[in-house]
Design a protein around this ligand. Structure first.
Ligand code: C2E
Ligand code: MG
Ligand code: MG
Ligand code: MG
Length: 288
């Protein structure tokens, strides 16, 4: 009898916690909706450098939310909330339009924009993207959309159809956060991507143990065979940069070189190499 009562109490407690978290989600979603209307969102851009020349070849657009009360909330917190409610569709269109406008100023480099599964699942998305490209006049060949495995796993048929339309514009697709999911290497052969982005966790691990390094190297081998470019994300140390360069990554993204910067600060970094060359790089550039 006592344990039955205990069980019931636990149940009540669980559902109360559940209601509370639902309420919190709803509250944040309302705040996000208001934030979009009140222009509380901002875009930062993290430069990606060529692993050989160390010149900026691309920027990844990263969304920032500074609420009216001055509090900053990270995208890892608020994007999942916006995905759940569908608000990510409106936010995502704002991001694309703003990023294409900002990037008009930066000659020759690629603009990378993150796209959620919920956006790709929306059958209207390719048409909306087409409109944004037309309105802004941004060259589709310079645009790259970053998607994750989840985008394709949830609804492969719709996703593939949309990706075909998007590629028809000349836009490139890259597979983000590689090494964090389940499908990994097999997944690379199943779908076509122009670029592979190795997640920070894989880069860190590859610097620490043989198994992870082998995993990274074989992913790069498969990517190469499939004519994909490879970017290493989250590179924070010179050792990591040397390692991923030797492993065959074409592009390096990480705090070693750049954090995400406001749009106004990008132009000044274009066209010149960042940081000082290591002995390895000096030797390599003489060969090249
Ligand atoms: P992501 O697409 O994998 O972006 C890279 C994340 O790694 C960014 O975090 C970036 O600031 C961080 N990062 C870059 N270099 C380093 C480094 O050297 N060390 C460390 N520790 N971190 C580094 P951020 O800006 O917090 O974004 C987190 C995630 O939120 C992104 O991961 C992306 O999945 C999502 N996100 C950001 N902006 C957007 C957006 O506009 N739309 C959508 N759908 N998702 C977005
Ligand atoms: Mg990304
Ligand atoms: Mg990533
Ligand atoms: Mg990530």
């Amino acid at each position: 009898y006592a344990s039955k009562r205990g069980g019931k109490m636990r149940c009540t407690w669980f559902s109360a916690a559940f209601d509370q978290s639902r309420e919190q989600l709803k509250e944040m979603d309302d705040e996000l909706r208001a934030g979009l209307a009140n222009r509380e969102f901002r875009l930062n851009y993290q430069p990606l450098v060529d692993s050989r020349t160390r010149k900026v070849v691309a920027v990844e657009c990263l969304l920032r939310w500074e609420r009216a009360d001055g509090k900053r909330v990270g995208p890892n917190i608020f994007i999942p909330v916006a995905e759940e409610s569908g608000l990510i569709n409106a936010i995502g269109l704002w991001v694309l339009r703003q990023a294409c406008c900002d990037a008009l100023e930066w000659d020759d480099i690629t603009l990378s924009v993150n796209i959620s599964a919920a956006q790709l699942r929306n059958p209207e998305f390719p048409i909306q993207l087409g409109h944004i490209l037309e309105e802004t006049g941004f060259d589709p060949e310079r645009l790259e959309l970053e998607i994750t495995e989840t985008c394709l796993v949830l609804d492969p048929v719709v996703a593939e159809r949309s990706l075909a339309v998007i590629r028809g514009f000349g836009v490139k697709i890259s597979l983000d956060d590689f090494g964090t999911g389940y499908a990994s290497i097999g997944f690379l052969r199943q779908f076509r991507f122009e670029k592979l982005k190795l997640d920070r966790s894989l880069v860190v691990q590859a610097g620490e143990d043989e198994g992870s390094r082998a995993m990274m190297l074989s992913s790069i081998t498969v990517a190469r065979a499939m004519k994909m470019g490879v970017t290493a994300e989250g590179v924070e140390t010179q050792d990591q940069a040397d390692m991923v360069r030797a492993a065959g990554c074409d592009q390096i993204q990480g705090w070693l070189y750049f954090k995400a910067l406001p749009a106004e600060e990008i132009a000044q970094h274009l066209g010149k190499p960042v940081g000082t060359a290591t002995p390895t790089e000096q030797r390599d550039s003489k060969v090249a």
